[in-house]
Every structure is written in C-alpha cells, then in structure tokens.
Design a protein around this ligand. Structure first.
Ligand code: KG4
Ligand code: ZN
Length: 339
C-alpha cells in the first residue's frame, strides 16, 4: 500500500498544505497573508484568524492538485512548533479533526527540522553528514545533520535572525513587510558602497542586532544632511546591507566546514531565497571544493511540502502521536522535544 501524507504548515503567517506519496511531493500549496504588510510585521491575532479562513481552501487545493482521493490518505502531518502559538493551534486542531474523521494516524513535525529536510524533496539530495545554514525570519542556525532525524545545532544567533535583519532594515527604509525580497530586488541595481560593521561574536554564533543599530544611526546622520538620502541611494543601501548579511553568514559557514571537515553544505529557510546568498554559496563552494545544495524557491520559505517530507521519515520509523498532542512555541531541533 502507498504511503500518502497530508501535511499542514501554519507556524507563522503562511497557511500551507501538501500531499506526499511514497516520498514524492505531489502538491505544495501556500496561501500568503498579505494583510500583515500594512502593520510592518506579523500580528499574531490577525495571523490566527487568517489561518482559519485559509486552511480548508488550501487543503482542498492540495488534494485536488495531487489528483488523489481524500480516502487514500494514510496519515496527517502538522507543524507542532516552533512558531506563534495561536497560528500553530489552528493547524494542529485541523489536523486532529481531519485524522479523526479519516481514522488515520497523526505525525508531529518540528518546523526547523523540516526546513533542513526540504532538501529531500528534490534532487540532488545531500549525503550525510552535511551542514545546513538555516536562515529564516525567526532563526539563524548552522546545523550538523547526521541523519534525517539526527541534527545538532553548532551555532546560532544570540539576538536577531538574519531574516529580521532584512525586515527591520526594510522598515527603516520604508519598505513593505517582509522586506527581504524587496532588498534583494533593489540590491540587484546597486553596489555595496556603504560599509557596515561586522559583529564581533565568537565561534559559530551570529549577532544581527548591532547591524540594525548601525544602519539606524547611519541613516539618521545621512538624513540630517540630505532628507532625500534614502530615495537617492536606495539601491546602494540595499546592496550594502545585503552584502554585509551574506558575508557574515558565509564566514561562519566556512568556519563550520573547516572545523567539522564536512564538504556537503546546504542552505535552507526563507532567506535562502536571497539571490546574493545563493550566488555566494555557489561561488564559495567552487572555491572550497564543497558540494552545495540550494533549495528551489518553493522549498525555501514556509511550505507544507517540507513538513510532508519530514513526516515521511517519521512514518517509516512509526513515530505517530495521539489526539492529546499540543503545539509548542519553542521546540529544540536536536532532541525532538520542547525546550
Ligand atoms: O522561512 P520563512 O518563510 O519563515 C520563517 O520561518 O521565519 O522566512 C521568512 C523570512 C523573512 O524574514 C523574509 O524577509 C525572508 O525570509 N526572505 C528573504 C527573501 N525572501 C524571503 N530575505 C532576503 N532575500 C529574499 N529574497
Ligand atoms: Zn520557517
């Protein structure tokens, strides 16, 4: 009998559903919540309500696109955490009701493990052990991946995530939320002529809050002299900020590869959609003799396809959960339990 998994992702502001059959993602549908643009960030209460509106249409779309009948589904998977608790509750409650109505088991998934395992939705797949730089709106981690479900964090941010550095800079520049894709777009037309300082943080950890502050003071000073400074220099500011964020990320990734002697190197998470990060990783990989793995865009930002892939490996190990499962806002990647 085939393994057919319906997966639900609702940890932040994207509602997503996917269907996987025997390890292959057949559909991966996402409803973005553009309503948060006007607030300059995700408003948790608004996100929960939008998930409630989106979840049934997105699941219907995923089932239809996969060309399966809902009675063929053999398990229902969902993101248990980490994430916004109100958003997670919508996905978990839906999964419980759906699984109960079909009489099939449930599989809970760690969102950060899933970002890493998005690499197993496509070819070529990394071989073990590999390093994964997971960069999103909430996390920045260098993960040592020993096996599908055996991961260890070697370094992570001590304050803001890389995605937050993009988004908060964008806010200072008057760009809509999330600003990462806008900064990426404007940077393509500019040059990194402004020099922002590199944070002094040890080993494989990251820090981005100082960068945000230095950009704030830089802009204040420039705007005092020229009120049109941002409009006149937007492309160059974006290129400079992006260049600094990417150089911080790649430097630590190089250090991790050197320390572990691992040459299989991947990136994952929303910020891995960034064109400068993708190009720099590829170039660095060629210089260092690494095999590099860069996900296609649909598997970078939050999506249920990656939840389905992770659930598949848990299904093979018989890791199911009962109706008493609850979502968790914090969820450690390495032990599979809430922290
Ligand atoms: O993984 P993700 O979709 O959600 C979280 O789990 O956080 O990541 C969202 C983050 C946002 O901060 C967004 O600005 C950033 O990914 N992002 C980008 C790009 N596309 C999305 N950052 C830089 N360049 C991009 N092209
Ligand atoms: Zn994410």
């Amino acid at each position: 009998m085939s393994i057919i998994i319906l997966a639900i992702e609702s940890s932040c502001d994207d509602t997503s559903a996917a269907i996987l059959k025997d390890g292959v993602v057949l559909s991966n549908c996402v409803a973005n919540q553009t309503i948060h643009e006007q607030y300059g960030g995700v408003v948790p209460e608004v996100a929960s309500r939008a998930h409630q509106e989106n979840i049934i249409p997105v699941v219907d779309q995923a089932i239809k696109k996969a060309g399966i009948n809902r009675s063929e589904i053999t398990a229902v998977a969902f993101t248990r955490g980490p994430g916004l608790i109100g958003s997670l509750i919508v996905g978990v409650s839906f999964a419980k009701a759906f699984a109960l109505s079909l009489g099939v088991p449930m599989i809970e998934v760690n969102h950060m493990q899933a970002h890493v395992l998005a690499h197993f939705a496509e070819d070529p797949k990394p071989s073990f052990p590999f390093l994964c730089l997971t960069v999103s709106g909430g996390h920045t981690q260098i993960v040592l991946v020993r096996d599908h479900l055996d991961m260890e964090i070697l370094g992570e941010t001590i304050d803001d995530a890389a995605g937050e550095a993009f988004d908060k800079t964008g806010k200072l520049l008057g760009l809509p939320y999330p600003a990462g894709p806008y900064i990426d777009k404007y940077a393509k037309e500019g040059e990194a002529v402004f020099d922002f300082p590199e944070p002094n943080v040890g080993e494989l950890n990251f820090s981005f809050s100082g960068l945000k502050t230095s950009i704030l003071y830089f802009l204040k000073k420039q705007l005092a002299e020229n009120p049109d400074f941002i409009q006149e220099n937007l492309n160059n500011i974006c290129a400079s900020v992006q260049d600094r964020i990417v150089s911080i990320l790649i430097k630590k990734l190089k250090r991790a590869a050197k320390q572990t002697k691992i040459t299989e190197v991947a990136i994952a998470g929303g910020v891995s959609a960034n064109s400068a990060l993708r190009n720099t990783l590829q170039k660095t990989g060629e210089e260092m003799g690494w095999n590099t793995y860069i996900p296609s865009f649909q598997f970078c930002t939050d999506n249920a396809g990656m939840i389905a892939v992770t659930a598949y490996y848990k299904y093979l190990r018989g890791e199911f959960v009962g109706q008493d499962v609850a979502p968790v806002a914090r969820y450690a990647i390495n032990i599979g339990h809430e922290s």
